[in-house]
Design a protein around this ligand. Structure first.
Ligand SMILES: *[C@@H]1O[C@H](CO)[C@@H](O)[C@H](O)[C@H]1NC(C)=O
Ligand SMILES: *[C@@H]1O[C@H](CO)[C@@H](O)[C@H](O)[C@H]1NC(C)=O
Ligand SMILES: *[C@@H]1O[C@H](CO)[C@@H](O)[C@H](O)[C@H]1NC(C)=O
Ligand SMILES: *[C@@H]1O[C@H](CO)[C@@H](O)[C@H](O)[C@H]1NC(C)=O
Ligand SMILES: *[C@@H]1O[C@H](CO)[C@@H](O)[C@H](O)[C@H]1NC(C)=O
Ligand SMILES: *[C@@H]1O[C@H](CO)[C@@H](O)[C@H](O)[C@H]1NC(C)=O
Ligand SMILES: *[C@@H]1O[C@H](CO)[C@@H](O)[C@H](O)[C@H]1NC(C)=O
Ligand SMILES: *[C@@H]1O[C@H](CO)[C@@H](O)[C@H](O)[C@H]1NC(C)=O
Ligand SMILES: *[C@@H]1O[C@H](CO)[C@@H](O)[C@H](O)[C@H]1NC(C)=O
Length: 457
């Protein structure tokens, strides 16, 4: 149960217009924003919001969350407008800023009249904003996430598998990019490796449904899905699965096409709007026809694909011919850090001699390691950062649950890239630690956003 003493309620999208000093900050869309927030358990007509008064100078950043979390009744019809007396606001260019608000306690203020309508399981083992409340105010494009290579391929005793743990475990553990090879067979999109007779991890729609149910229970997370369109089929052939899976309301459609790295919203803004899934496709995306499936290679580049070489050079490989200045200035990037080994699958596919790259599982502990040693993920992070002046946005790995010195090393590396501390348990251990961690997490979320808003004003 969500602790009744604490409500993370509304927020308002605050549009900061800052051509002049003392410019008004107006709350907009209070009602529609509220109704679109994925807080399915909130059914009240009232919500609590943060009053921005007093946020005049940077020095007020010492104000604690409680003074901003003062519960106040505000009905959805309120067009609450607040002015900021900030004089540090002049150079801020037009942009929108989102605020989360923490309500006061129900007993103390009696204002939180919403009621839970569901006893659905609480978010498990996660903190808001992809486990780090400080990410709420970071752009989507300014965060390093771990990507589970071929997320759906967790078939036991199959050499072509890339993961040991399920998609749900992956998400609970902190994987925020799911990725995978797909094939179109019998008019249906399947998660298959090379051929559905070699490894068939079920329909793509089923794995989307798994994500949807996780998102429903984890309302403050943003997840990326990278589709590998192995048969180069039309993107339109993917839409039926998308529509039937229930993921449509979560899909983010960018403001720009392609959207440059500095044009992405913050995680907080995405969470607020409810558009918490970014879906990319490697080949044949067609945003004019299917705007919610983004073209991967106009948004991010990749280091060499399916490497078999432990030196993992951080060179830009796909898309071919990309202008390096553009790569640096406008693109995110993904590091393929999965070490492969070639096996002969001729006997399986019946096509004489054909080889397949599968994870080099003997070395995976080293490959995923957190030390700055040859072949380890940490070495790739530091080399890539040195070469490109920032770490990869996505660290693609096999068997994310294995590492050096042990499970969780891939998340440790990502945390270093992000300048945060990784101290979670890993992997495949679902924690239902309940209310105390929820309370901390919501408070931290509000604090992080408020704090940052203060700095911004
Ligand atoms: C706040 O809500 C309570 C309960 O609904 C109500 O009695 C009170 O009048 C409200 N206060 C304001 C200022 O609207
Ligand atoms: C909205 O703002 C206008 C003035 O800007 C005011 O007249 C009106 O009463 C406000 N509505 C509410 C519901 O606060
Ligand atoms: C995010 O921005 C910070 C500050 O500019 C930078 O140090 C970091 O490398 C960036 N991370 C990514 C993934 O872009
Ligand atoms: C596609 O249909 C054929 C014929 O019914 C069947 O043999 C095959 O197993 C199906 N493929 C998949 C991946 O379901
Ligand atoms: C996509 O689906 C349509 C039917 O909806 C089919 O006619 C077409 O051949 C498919 N395209 C590819 C490349 O699979
Ligand atoms: C691995 O890459 C390094 C540097 O990029 C290169 O010198 C070496 O020859 C490569 N090894 C193999 C086996 O390709
Ligand atoms: C990575 O950096 C280390 C030094 O930190 C260097 O010895 C190594 O050659 C680099 N690897 C690549 C592939 O650039
Ligand atoms: C790459 O793009 C930059 C900026 O758009 C441009 O100035 C430069 O000439 C381009 N370089 C090449 C080789 O096309
Ligand atoms: C990796 O695992 C192998 C056995 O699978 C073991 O021999 C080796 O010592 C491990 N290496 C590290 C760095 O943990």
């Amino acid at each position: 149960m969500l602790p009744s003493s604490l409500w993370l309620l509304c927020l308002a999208a605050i549009r900061v217009r800052s051509q002049t000093t003392n410019q008004a900050i107006s709350f907009t869309n209070t009602f529609s924003t509220l109704s679109s927030i994925p807080t399915s358990d909130f059914t009240g007509s009232q919500f609590t919001y943060i009053s921005p008064t007093g946020q005049s100078t940077l020095s007020s950043s010492s104000t604690s969350i409680s003074s901003y979390g003062e519960a106040s009744n505000s009905t959805a019809t309120s067009n609450a407008t607040a002015t900021s007396s900030s004089t540090s606001q002049t150079t801020r260019s037009s942009s929108s800023q989102s605020l989360f608000a923490i309500g006061g306690t129900v007993s103390a203020t009696g204002t939180a009249t919403g009621s839970r309508t569901s006893t659905a399981a609480l978010p498990s083992n996660t903190l808001p904003c992809n486990n780090y409340p400080e990410f709420c105010n970071r752009k989507y494009s300014n965060i390093t996430e771990v990507c589970a290579h071929n997320s759906a391929f967790s078939i036991k005793n199959n050499a072509a598998s890339n993961q040991a743990l399920s998609i749900t475990d992956q998400l609970n553990d902190g994987i925020r990019m799911l990725q995978g090879e797909t094939h179109r067979v019998n008019d249906t999109i399947y998660n298959c490796h090379t051929s559905c007779s070699l490894l068939n991890a079920g329909t793509w729609q089923a794995s989307l449904e798994t994500l949807v149910s996780w998102l429903d229970q984890n309302p403050y997370d943003v997840v990326t899905w990278l589709i590998v369109n192995s048969d180069y089929v039309w993107v339109e052939n993917y839409t039926a699965s998308v529509e039937a899976s229930g993921i449509m309301p979560y899909l983010y459609i960018p403001e720009f096409r392609p959207q440059h790295r500095d044009q992405w919203p913050t995680l907080g803004e995405m969470i607020l709007s409810g558009k918490r899934v970014v879906m990319f496709m490697d080949y044949n995306a067609n945003p004019a026809s299917v705007p919610y499936i983004l073209d991967e290679f106009t948004h991010m580049w990749e280091t060499p694909f399916s490497p078999t070489n432990q030196s993992f050079p951080c060179t830009q490989q796909r898309p071919p011919g990309l202008n390096q200045t553009v790569a640096r200035d406008q693109y995110m990037y993904l590091a393929n850090h999965n070490l492969n080994t070639a096996i002969d699958i001729g006997a399986i596919t019946g096509s004489g001699s054909s080889s397949l790259l599968v994870p080099n599982s003997a070395e995976v502990n080293v490959t995923n390691g957190q030390y700055d040693q040859f072949g380890q993920l940490e070495a790739a992070r530091s080399n890539c950062t040195a070469e490109w002046d920032r770490p990869p946005n996505f660290l693609l790995v096999d068997y994310y649950n294995i590492g050096d010195p042990g499970p969780g090393s891939v998340f440790e590396v990502a945390a270093r890239a992000n300048g945060v501390t990784y101290n979670r348990r890993c992997c495949g251990i679902t924690s239902q630690s309940g209310s105390s961690s929820m309370k901390i997490s919501f408070a931290a979320l509000g604090a992080a956003i408020v704090f940052s808003a203060l700095l911004a004003w």
